[in-house]
Design a protein. Structure first.
Length: 60
């Protein structure tokens, strides 16, 4: 690895990609509608006929 020129930049790029991905994921989760989160969290307790497969939160 010491013979490869510029190899020291790869860990920095990897860290930036990793941090950006999880920061974006965090922002997405924090801006998700609370009603949709509650609906999704109650799905395991609902009957099949009560689950709206094509709800507003899911786009086809």
């Amino acid at each position: 690895m010491e013979t490869i020129g510029g190899v020291e930049i790869f860990p920095i790029i990897s860290l930036i990609i990793f941090f950006t991905f999880f920061l974006g994921l965090f922002v997405w989760v924090m801006t998700y509608k609370k009603e949709t989160v509650e609906e999704l969290s109650n799905m395991p307790f609902m009957d099949e006929k009560d689950i709206d497969v094509h709800s507003k939160s899911e786009k086809l």
